[in-house]
Design a protein around this ligand. Structure first.
Ligand code: G3H
Length: 539
């Protein structure tokens, strides 16, 4: 091991007070039917990516434990959600929108009070840098606030009547039923809340299971959930996916499945539902987003964007750039600048100032990444940067691997970590074939200046990926933009306003525009006889 990494974990005993968490948190609570229940069974240890030295060597620090519920408890949570929905007749799905909004506003206020513990747990549980952990928290709160505005706008637009071919009608969006929401470990707060809250606001009831890492950080919010919503509207369970979630799907009582993870995992769970036609899926899945760097690209910008794209949160973003296709004409200068830029990135612990490379939460990840690099080396590639691929416990120093070709796993596999495959190309058609033949279709980035060439590539890729970024890394934000994917990368589109649509269905009241019918509708409206058929709206 080089001197670069040898002291990486030594400051674990000098954590600034603001970033500290309790020495050990034994969580036994879970939320069902408006009650925090206590689990007396087996617990799952929570291992931080932060390592400590023990007699056995460097080991991931155990910072707590969470309940390993069985199918019995998860089905009880589902039943609570089913009862609260009550076939669409429950208090929550029939509640006036303004009231549902008040419940969520109450939650947002309480959530804000828990910013510090949640941010600290994001650092300790998944190794996110302090800056990015704070960003995740604030972005999530902002997302909820923006969702409330989008919902009010939707409500205003739905208040009007439409007239067509002698028929008048009013169209409104209503809930789908019981939603199961599961998020990923890389955005355990943000990505789960961007499905969970739109689902709740549209009147669905929810069972929420936190991701495999980033589990304890939901605990500071459990009481806020309990106190902000009526019993059964939101239920939070913990445990192994196969046991807990499998049972929920097999029950046939889940109406909406919101899941961020692998396409194999999503397919297996979807297949368990006895009536797949009744299950609506909202899925964010695998991706292998390429950056295509053309000979006339502004190299400085391309390098800066590719550093952000490949290595923000150590490459553990679904939108990360996971392969760089670099034109042979600029391969030399690009690699020189890119390598220099990687060398400037500071490895360290999440709370250290200026740090950008941090330890990885998945225990098997360093070995997996090493396997990918070794496979590429066997097929003729090289690691071209100093320290590339060095490992210390849970830390893996970014490896720039070049030249990568179709014989290597790195050409196809989503590494989801700090390994950067460089694929040199000569003809634009080679880049087009890479994208067209990929099983994934989330996003891509194009770097260059020639409008004719870029225009041609945009047209070649428009039917392949959900977003084409020009001279910019791939990313989900701004959150008002549609976030979608083709092929094995996604099902459905999310954004602040789209999420409200995917968790609801339009229902309309329509009638022939006769004098009697007009009078009937008029009376319903003026006497406020219906909560659905109304021209009232929220400002
Ligand atoms: O991991 C997938 C995230 O939705 C990506 O979001 O592009 O803002 O990092 P981001």
């Amino acid at each position: 091991m080089s001197s670069l990494l040898e002291n990486l974990f030594s400051s674990v005993n000098a954590v600034p007070a603001s970033a500290r968490i309790p020495e050990f948190t034994e969580q036994r609570e879970y939320l069902v039917d408006g009650k925090l229940l206590t689990w007396h069974g087996e617990l799952n240890p929570v291992r931080s990516p932060i390592c400590v030295r023990t007699d056995r060597g460097l080991e991931q620090k155990v910072i707590g434990s969470t309940p390993l519920l069985t199918s019995h408890e998860s089905l009880a949570a589902l039943d609570a959600a089913v009862r609260a929905y009550d076939l669409g007749r429950g208090a929550w799905p029939t509640m006036r929108l303004a009231e549902r909004i008040e419940h969520v506003e109450r939650f947002i206020t309480r959530m804000q009070e828990q910013r510090q513990p949640v941010v600290n747990l994001l650092m300790w549980e998944i190794g996110k840098t302090q800056k990015d952990a704070e960003k995740e928290f604030d972005r999530t709160r902002d997302y909820l606030v923006e969702t409330l505005s989008a919902l009010k706008e939707l409500d205003r637009n739905s208040a009007r009547f439409v007239q067509e071919q002698g028929i008048m009608g009013q169209v409104r969006r209503v809930p789908l039923g019981v939603a199961l929401c599961m998020g990923p470990y890389n955005y355990p707060l943000n990505e789960t809340f961007t499905t969970l809250f739109p689902a709740l606001l549209m009147g669905n009831t929810v069972v929420f299971k936190p991701a495999k890492f980033g589990v304890l950080l939901i605990r500071p919010l459990l009481e806020s959930f309990r106190d902000s919503f009526p019993p059964g509207v939101i239920n939070i369970i913990y445990g192994r996916g196969r046991e807990t979630v499998g049972a929920l799907m097999e029950s046939g009582k889940v109406d909406v499945f919101a899941f961020i993870g692998t396409n194999q995992g999503a397919s297996e769970l979807k297949k368990m539902h006895p009536k797949p036609h009744r299950l609506k899926a909202v899925l964010g899945l695998d991706a292998k987003n390429p950056a295509i760097i053309l000979p006339d690209a502004d190299l400085e910008n391309a390098v800066n964007e590719c550093i952000l794209g490949t290595l923000s949160f150590n490459g553990q973003r679904c939108t990360a750039l996971k392969v760089l296709l670099v034109h042979k004409q600029i391969l030399g200068p690009f690699l020189e600048k890119f390598t220099a830029a990687v060398s400037k990135l500071k490895p360290g612990l999440p709370w250290e100032p200026g740090v950008s490379l941090t330890p990885l939460p998945e225990p098997s990840k360093p070995a997996y990444l090493k396997g990918l690099v070794d496979d590429a080396l066997r097929h003729g590639a090289q690691v071209i940067n100093p320290h590339g691929g060095e490992i210390l416990g849970s830390f893996f120093f970014p490896a720039i691997v070049s030249p990568v070709n179709e014989k290597m796993r790195l050409f196809y596999e989503e590494q989801f970590g700090p390994v950067i495959p460089i694929v040199p190309f000569e003809e634009d058609d080679e880049a087009i074939r890479y994208v067209v033949n990929s099983p994934f279709g989330q996003q891509l980035s194009l770097f260059g200046k020639d409008s004719k060439r870029i225009g041609h590539l945009i047209d070649a890729f428009a039917n392949q990926a959900g977003r084409i970024n020009l001279n910019t890394q791939c990313q989900r934000g701004p959150d008002t933009f549609p976030f979608s994917g083709r092929k094995d990368s996604a099902e459905g589109t999310l954004s602040v306003s789209d999420a409200l649509r995917v968790f609801s269905i339009r229902t309309l009241v329509a009638t022939k525009t006769t004098a009697e019918n007009k009078a009937l509708v008029h009376n319903i409206l003026t006497h406020r006889d219906s909560a659905f058929l109304t021209t009232d709206y929220i400002f």
